[in-house]
Design a binder for this molecule. Structure first.
Ligand code: HEM
Length: 227
């Protein structure tokens, strides 16, 4: 416990906390995307996957843990950004959190991620954005998540907002993955190029995978299923 508190009190320790919590969130995001890709297999597949998730005994443990990880990530990010600002205004040469421009950029794009998250939960989880699509039930008695997602993405404004959000979240992740490797000490001329490519591929998979859903619905490749 003491070690944990000591780690929090140093700048490098907090950067490490950022890296670890960021990595956990990124892995969750990739898992969420892979799960959502059941959309490509049709209504039965996505609806039974969603029903399995909603009924999982560890659902609330998972939700609470991820919320905690997100809260720590945001809190530490803001602390580091503030330290960086104070250091700059008092003319210190040492920067605590990436470069000042990048730090500001990460706070802004991070804010966009949080804004999207609230909007997204209001949309798909709570059904506030499109209540008319939210309460459907399929033939098996499961929540009709498939129709909710497809009908939402058939609306160009909603689909467009998701595509723009994924691109913005992608830029946050691109900067974040790069600085994460630097934080954990992987920063050397001979493999910086490989790191950059690795980060770009992981983030490109995230952006392409997530954008493919609204794009394929808008293009009419994925549509409502009639029985
Ligand atoms: C095109 C991209 C995405 C699609 C189609 C999508 C789809 C969904 C759907 C259908 C649900 C509700 C599941 C249910 O109630 O059964 C959901 C929940 C959620 N999504 Fe997404 N999502 C996308 C991207 C994202 C991104 C980028 C994030 C994070 C930044 C995210 C975070 C969440 C969270 C936190 C929940 C609530 C999970 C829970 O209820 O425990 N999603 N998403």
């Amino acid at each position: 416990m003491n070690r944990l508190i000591r780690m929090f009190s140093t700048s490098i320790g907090r950067k490490l906390v950022m890296a670890v919590t960021g990595l956990i969130l990124f892995v969750w995001l990739l898992g969420h995307m892979l799960g959502n890709m059941a959309l490509f297999q049709g209504a039965d597949s996505l609806n039974s996957y969603a029903a399995w998730l909603q009924g999982h005994p560890s659902l609330w443990v998972m939700r609470t843990s991820m919320l905690l990880v997100l809260a720590v990530h945001i809190y530490v990010a803001l602390t580091l950004a503030m330290e960086n600002r104070i250091a700059r205004s008092s003319g210190y040469a040492v920067r605590t959190f990436q470069t000042s421009g990048s730090s500001r950029y990460m706070v802004i794009t991070g804010g966009i991620v949080v804004f999207f998250l609230i909007y997204h939960i209001l949309h798909f989880t709570l059904g506030v954005v499109t209540p008319e699509f939210h309460d459907g039930v399929d033939a098996a008695g499961n929540h009709d998540v498939y129709s909710m997602v497809v009908r939402s993405f058939q609306n160009p404004v909603l689909a467009g907002s998701y595509i723009v959000a994924m691109l913005l979240i992608g830029t946050h992740l691109l900067h974040a993955t790069r600085s994460m490797f630097q934080t954990v000490g992987v920063n050397h001329e001979s493999y910086n190029g490989t790191i950059r490519i690795f980060s770009q591929i992981a983030v490109a998979l995230f952006v392409i995978g997530n954008c493919s859903m609204p794009i394929l619905v808008l293009a009419g490749v994925i549509g409502l299923e009639t029985r």
